[in-house]
Design a protein around this ligand. Structure first.
Ligand code: MG
Length: 258
């Protein structure tokens, strides 16, 4: 079911969006070579406790997950791109890290993700990593720009896909954007590829997460033995950018802006 929020409800959703942005900024700043993924998770977990917020991930147990997630952030390194389960791994110079974070504040969820290179780029990888990350960011901007009243979900999908394809990436549509509200995943699904002019009409009050992710040389993924982390089938690197936005008569409003 697709739910539309009143302007007042969208205002009530802003603290969650601001908190998600704050946590991502803090965790990114802490993600230096030598820092363990479990330390990053603990930083976010402490911020959640201090804020009195509620993790969307820790008890999350959908059909595709092997067990409850058990952590509060997703940390996907290099060939991992989505749902990376934080584990005992110390970051290395040149790792490409994607962090995804969703949390509820005062009963409203916000969801956002970013990718970046830890420390200095890996030898020979500077341009390729920068292009991959930047392409997800530009695709996110394009998807958000298409999220206007009168357009349809397919316009967002087509805008994202054009940026990805123009950069030479193929696109996996198994996981994409989604409605956001009292829970993390609602309708409509917002695929990262689709046909302009098709799908659910974008109406004022629709709140969605838009989240392009691309792999460098494949669109195929597999699940790590940890039961969660999604990795590229050919070992190539992935990147992911996500914001939660509200569609309004004055255009899209980015609730998780950093
Ligand atoms: Mg997310």
């Amino acid at each position: 079911m697709i739910e539309l929020r009143t302007p007042r409800e969208i205002e009530e959703m802003r603290p969650a969006g601001r908190f998600v942005a704050e946590v991502l900024t803090t965790v990114k700043a802490a993600a230096k070579p030598g820092v363990n993924l479990l330390e990053l998770d603990e930083i976010a977990h402490k911020m959640i406790r201090d804020r009195g917020a509620e993790s969307c991930y820790i008890d999350y147990h959908p059909s595709f997950g092997a067990m409850p997630f058990g952590k509060v952030i997703c940390t996907s390194v290099n060939d991992a791109v989505l749902h990376g389960l934080p584990h005992d791994y110390a970051l290395r110079d040149g790792d490409l890290l994607s962090i995804d974070f969703a949390v509820a504040v005062d009963g409203w969820v916000s969801d956002s993700a970013l990718s970046f290179v830890v420390g200095n780029p890996a030898p020979g990888r500077a341009e390729a990593d920068a292009k991959l990350i930047r392409t997800t960011e530009v695709a996110l901007e394009a998807g958000i720009a298409a999220a206007t009243v009168g357009n349809k979900v397919g316009d967002i999908s087509a805008a994202i896909a054009k940026v990805g394809h123009d950069a030479g990436y193929s696109i996996n549509t198994d996981f994409g954007g989604h409605g956001v509200g009292r829970t993390m995943h609602g309708d409509p699904h917002v695929p990262n590829d689709g046909r302009a002019g098709r799908g659910f009409p974008l109406k004022p009050g629709l709140v969605i997460a838009v989240e392009p992710w691309f792999l460098e040389t494949t669109d195929e993924i597999y699940t790590d033995p940890d039961g969660w982390t999604l990795r590229s089938k050919d070992g190539s690197r992935g990147a992911h950018s996500e914001h939660t936005i509200a569609i309004t008569n004055n255009g899209p409003v980015v609730l998780t802006a950093r």
